[in-house]
Write a protein that binds this ligand. Structure first.
Ligand SMILES: *[C@@H]1O[C@H](CO)[C@@H](O)[C@H](O)[C@H]1NC(C)=O
Ligand SMILES: *[C@@H]1O[C@H](CO)[C@@H](O)[C@H](O)[C@H]1NC(C)=O
Ligand SMILES: *[C@@H]1O[C@H](CO)[C@@H](O)[C@H](O)[C@H]1NC(C)=O
Length: 357
């Protein structure tokens, strides 16, 4: 019964996604965006961290267990990640490649890449703590990327691509979960409300710089319910591993400030279409009501015990892996499974579809 229900729900989401992809591909009111360009952390890093010296890596099994050829590409999940799913829904391509680490074809470059790096945040200290690529450095890579696109298609067409591309910005989780709550550095300096203001200011400055480099359609995603991530339940949820309410409230406060700031930028920057995308609400609903979505487990990840394993500790030498990751909301103790991401993206398309393309 449950598995039939799960299969049906999966079918429903696939059907919604593919009909949207189809509608967008064939009968669009606005032209298909030429490219998708992605900035952020492990939620949207397709393997940039493979190319740098950091411990935040996952280019080994069981990561990629359900990816094409079971390939561990450096995506922090069992399969596709949100940037891939967005690119697909927008009719651009099936996968958004990492900018670093491999030689990309001209076609791959002009249809968009990801600069995201697992472990980074809007707070520059967050990337520093784990030697990830900071958001500022991701912008520097974007400048270099723009030159490459210009060399391929010429100045005029390159500017057109830059102006009409869809930009996805997804980070902030690690600022709160790692930098603020888990290490002492920022807590010595800021109380929580001041840290949230500091981080949102940094997010705003990032978006403004991106705008001044030619981006117009920028989607900025919210923080998730941080207190309900399996690792945070283990660290801060007590013996029962409950969702930590303080962490969730911090995410809500951060999101509220971020949303206001993005709305303000949308109103002030000429021709900008800056969109705050709420992932908190749909993800919390999935976590609290997993059965409704055909999941059987939302408190632990599929990898290992599911309570602490992530990146280096989720590997095939030391950990068992659940058989069917599609029954789990979380793949490891920090990152959702492809199936959870698909449900989130279909929710995003339903709520914001008209704004994104
Ligand atoms: C798609 O576009 C065609 C031609 O512009 C139009 O006749 C048709 O009604 C459209 N279909 C939908 C589903 O909007
Ligand atoms: C945070 O920023 C808001 C809006 O600018 C302001 O009203 C509030 O006082 C600030 N809070 C702190 C703790 O700095
Ligand atoms: C952003 O501003 C544009 C007008 O420049 C408006 O059409 C759009 O609805 C705004 N987006 C949001 C999310 O408010």
């Amino acid at each position: 019964m449950d598995s039939m229900r799960a299969a049906f729900i999966t079918f429903l989401h696939v059907a919604i996604l593919s009909s949207l992809a189809c509608a967008k591909g064939n009968n669009r009111t606005s032209p298909r965006p030429p490219a998708i360009v992605v900035f952020g952390d492990s939620i949207v890093d397709p393997g940039n961290n493979n190319a740098i010296l950091t411990t935040v890596k996952c280019n080994f099994p069981p990561y990629g267990k359900d990816f094409v050829h079971q390939q561990a590409t450096g995506r922090f999940s069992n399969g596709k990640i949100p940037s891939d799913l967005m690119a697909s829904v927008l009719g651009i391509k099936e996968y958004v490649p990492a900018y670093l680490g491999t030689k990309l074809s001209a076609q791959e470059l002009i249809t968009g890449v990801s600069f995201a790096s697992g472990g980074c945040g809007f707070d520059p200290l967050t990337a520093d703590l784990v030697s990830a690529i900071s958001m500022e450095d991701q912008l520097n890579l974007f400048k270099e990327y723009k030159e490459k696109v210009k060399a391929i298609v010429g100045e005029e067409k390159a500017a057109e691509i830059t102006n009409n591309a869809v930009y996805l910005v997804a980070t902030g989780t690690d600022d709160l979960a790692n930098t603020y709550f888990t290490t002492p550095f920022r807590r010595l300096e800021f109380d929580l409300p001041s840290y949230i203001n500091f981080t949102v200011k940094s997010a705003s400055s990032f978006v403004q710089k991106l705008y001044h480099l030619g981006a117009r359609k920028i989607s900025v995603v919210s923080a998730p319910p941080i207190g309900c991530l399996p690792s945070q339940r283990t660290l801060a949820g007590g013996i029962e591993r409950i969702c930590n309410p303080t962490y969730n409230q911090a995410a809500v406060a951060f999101n509220s400030r971020l949303s206001n700031e993005m709305q303000k930028l949308n109103n002030t920057l000429p021709r900008a279409r800056i969109l705050y995308v709420d992932l908190y609400t749909p993800l919390l609903d999935i976590i609290l009501h997993p059965l409704k979505y055909g999941f059987v487990e939302s408190k632990r990840g599929c990898c290992g015990s599911g309570t602490f394993e992530v990146t280096l500790t989720c590997n095939s030498l030391t950990t068992l892996v659940c058989e069917d990751a599609s029954k789990y909301v979380f793949w490891d103790s920090y990152h959702p499974t492809e199936r959870a991401y698909r449900i989130l993206i279909s929710n995003v398309v339903q709520r914001y579809g008209a704004f994104i393309n």
